[in-house]
Design a protein around this ligand. Structure first.
Ligand code: ADP
Ligand code: MG
Length: 736
């Protein structure tokens, strides 16, 4: 089977309200529709769900979606139902242990009658005989295995039941398989392909770069205070704080609460009911912050999480990448801050001691990578992507702490050459710390057992510390002069490029690691997150946007659906730019398809109509161009000109307006919540006494801010322009 591109695009718009596919989505969908297996590696927020949801809706039969978290299934099903303009909700169902008998009967009925296009199942439910019998009776379009990294033990989230999926599928019926994950290490990839026996599947690997995420590592000094300060600076935004222990989660949630921040805990020690309640409150935006162990958030579909804070350093970079990935899935602001102290690393190492040796080995290696990342002064984006075998070509990403506060670099060609020489001279491969120890001339039991303290190069770089040499070696990896074997826990070898460099060393700019001194913290000159990272909304009408968000919250409570399922933030932002007042216009907003417009649109367009009438908004009549805030070109020009202290006469002349029209525009700007400072103009053109008296009138006497009333009350003594100017000043300073 194959489907025409124009039809796929039409369905994309109709069901999901999107104009174009993201990344590889279309290729993946076509591949699946043509009956072939696919393996999709896409970062969190990349849009994996659509890769199986859309084909499920257009193909014959029912797609089986295997997903690990029961708590999230309802969510996903709600989301699909929200998208699709369908009389019957039977289009999507889930099967898991939370369903009652009646509900199961309903699922059965819909499945057998062919209404259901998507069935979400927990792997546990797939092992039940009655479910398997049911699935044998229906036509299955394909199997989607979401969060497929659960198959692998390498890293995190391992689910033993996931390993049985292949044999269960074989007992049901054959159909194409699509496996999806956001974990990109080679080891995990090969585990998944092998276990599902889809080695011939086409691999679709997207870039793992998440350009909107800002990464920062902070010294762990007074982290509570720092976190509270950060949250206060970001009121109303949703965020997740990860802590490693349940105890810390509880403490942190309490600390935040007593500081007036709406926060709740989430960890595996809470009973299931409380856990679900707390998660729902976060999703429904009744609280702003959830404090959690890593148990929270896998596959969680809240697109507008604005910050992810790691109170404790994660145990692996896989975990770090996944958890930070939960910020800014909608492509907007996503701030990721991690608190680092070497003491925490030592604690983690201690915890590992009780575990089987092989597991300890894996654990230590993963931890060593995390430490290297945290302490590095290199671009965080480059480091992370390199970890996932991807090159990041830019020198400065402009969106991580190290790129915003770059450290001086030095020509490290001699140092790199020395390191390469040593590695080449050894008959076996060793880990980074071992090599760094030899270079710095530090002995330990391992060095002695290999008699490496007798090497000619032992201590050849004793002018520098072990830490310095580790940093050099890590940079060698990023520059592809060195390579690390993943299967053998990170033993280091020299690449052909590295050998070439040793023969002809060229200038090589390196940077030393950062010093973390958790107890003697030196405040950096400027550790504020810059404005281009901390950006709020999308430039629409802020008053309308706030009203739309309130409306969305009310409806979400009433329907018991998460706010974003009704309309996403980008959709509301578009509404606050485009002021749609008909269903047709509403569909021009990002993410609003036929289904959503019909289901939820009515209240929104009514509210917008009211708002437009009330404030005499001139609506943009060209709905073809989206995303640009063309609220009113004049308004933007006026605001900018006043910021630049241009004379009002000149502004009016530039736009071919008379003073009266200009004042009307300014009044509209001010009444929609934007503050303007006209003092420079008023001082030049009005008498101080006149200003004071009109001001006092508005302050003490006026019953409303009506211009007409003011002119009636004051008109005999002052002229209209004076009254209107002072009224604007008053509104900006006091009333708004
Ligand atoms: P993943 O499972 O890969 O983490 P999701 O499937 O949850 O990501 O999608 C992330 C976000 O991207 C969601 O908010 C989704 O609505 C949005 N999205 C997906 N596909 C598109 C598209 N083609 N155009 C615009 N937004 C999209
Ligand atoms: Mg997903």
């Amino acid at each position: 089977m194959s489907v025409d591109s124009s039809i796929l695009h039409a369905r994309l718009k109709e069901f999901f309200g999107y104009d174009s596919f993201k990344g590889d989505q279309e290729r993946i969908i076509n591949h699946l529709i043509s009956g072939k297996d696919a393996f999709v590696l896409m970062p969190t927020g990349g849009g994996k769900s659509l890769c199986y949801q859309l084909p499920a809706l257009v193909m014959e039969g029912t797609a089986i979606v295997i997903s690990p978290l029961i708590a999230l299934m309802k969510n996903q099903v709600d989301a699909i139902r929200g998208f699709v303009s369908h009389e019957k909700d039977g289009i999507a169902h889930f099967l898991n242990s939370s369903l009652g008998r009646g509900q199961i009967a309903e699922v059965r009925r819909d499945l057998l009658s062919g209404v259901t296009k998507l069935l979400y199942v927990a792997p546990e439910s797939l092992t039940k005989e009655e479910n398997i019998a049911l699935l044998r009776e229906i036509r299955i379009s394909f199997y989607a295995i979401d969060e497929a990294h659960c198959i692998s033990e390498w890293g995190h989230d391992f689910r033993p039941e996931y390993r049985k999926i292949r044999s269960i599928i074989e007992g049901i019926q054959n159909a194409p398989i699509i496996a999806l994950t956001a974990t990109a290490t080679l080891k995990v990839q090969s585990d998944i392909l092998k276990n599902l026996r889809i080695q011939d599947a086409t691999v679709f690997k997207s870039s793992f770069n998440r350009p909107n995420l800002y990464y920062e590592i902070r010294d762990k000094v007074e982290p509570e205070k720092d976190i509270i300060k950060f949250i206060r600076q970001n009121p109303g935004k949703s965020g997740i704080i990860y802590c490693l222990s349940r105890k810390k989660v509880e403490e942190m949630a309490q600390t935040l609460s007593i500081n007036g921040i709406k926060a709740l805990p989430y960890h595996a020690g809470l009973d299931a009911k409380t856990r679900t309640e707390n998660q729902d409150k976060f999703l429904m935006e009744e609280i702003d912050v959830i404090v959690a162990t890593i148990a929270f958030g896998m596959g969680i579909d809240k697109p507008d999480v604005r910050f992810v804070i790691h109170y404790d350093i994660p145990k692996s970079l896989e975990g770090y990448y996944q958890e930070t990935g939960r910020a800014g899935r909608d492509g907007r602001e996503g701030i990721c801050i991690t608190y680092y102290s070497y003491k925490d690393i030592q604690k983690l190492e201690k915890f590992m001691q009780g575990k089987p040796i092989a597991e300890q080995e894996i654990g230590r290696q993963l931890l060593a990578e995390t430490v290297a990342y945290a302490e590095s002064s290199q671009c965080r984006r480059k480091l992370l992507l390199n970890y996932f075998s991807e090159d990041y070509p830019q020198e400065n990403c402009g969106c991580c702490d190290n790129c915003l506060h770059p450290k001086a670099r030095f020509d490290g060609r001699e140092e790199m050459a020395l390191a390469i020489e040593l590695i080449e001279s050894l008959p076996e491969h060793f880990k980074i710390t071992h090599i760094a120890n030899i270079l710095a001339g530090e002995t330990n039991a391992l060095i002695k057992s290999y008699r490496h303290d007798k090497l000619e190069l032992f201590g050849a770089g004793r002018d520098h510390s072990v830490k310095f040499w580790s940093a050099v070696l890590h940079q060698g990896l990023i520059l592809h002069l060195l390579d690390k074997e993943i299967e053998t826990y990170g033993l280091i070898s020299v690449t052909p490029e590295g050998r070439n460099f040793l023969e002809h060393p060229t200038e090589l700019m390196l940077v030393e690691d950062r010093a973390f001194t958790s107890d003697a913290y030196v405040d950096e000159e400027d550790d504020d997150i810059p404005a281009h990272v901390m950006k709020g909304g999308g430039g629409g009408d802020p008053v309308l946007l706030a009203m739309l968000k309130d409306l969305r919250k009310d409806i979400s409570r009433e329907l018991k659906l998460q706010p974003w399922i009704i309309f996403s933030d980008p959709s509301l932002e578009d509404m606050s730019i485009l002021y749609p007042v008909t269903f047709e216009e509403l569909k021009n907003c990002q993410g609003v398809g036929e289904g959503k417009a019909k289901k939820y649109g009515k209240d929104f367009i009514e509210l917008i109509q009211m708002y437009v009438d009330e404030y005499d908004i001139v609506r943009p009549d060209d709905f073809v161009v989206k995303t640009i805030a063309h609220k009113s070109v004049n308004k933007v020009f006026i605001i900018q000109s006043i910021d630049r202290r241009m004379d009002l006469e000149d502004i009016a002349a530039a736009k071919g307006m008379d003073m009266d029209t200009l004042l009307t525009e300014i009044e509209a700007i001010v009444s929609s919540g934007t503050k303007l400072n006209l003092d420079y103009y008023i001082r030049e053109n009005l008498d101080d006494d006149v200003v004071d008296e009109i001001y006092a009138y508005f302050h003490d006497e006026a019953l409303s801010d009506s211009v007409a009333d003011a002119i009636r009350d004051l008109g005999s003594d002052y002229d209209e322009k004076e009254i209107r100017l002072v009224r604007i000043k008053f509104l900006c300073e006091v009333a708004n």
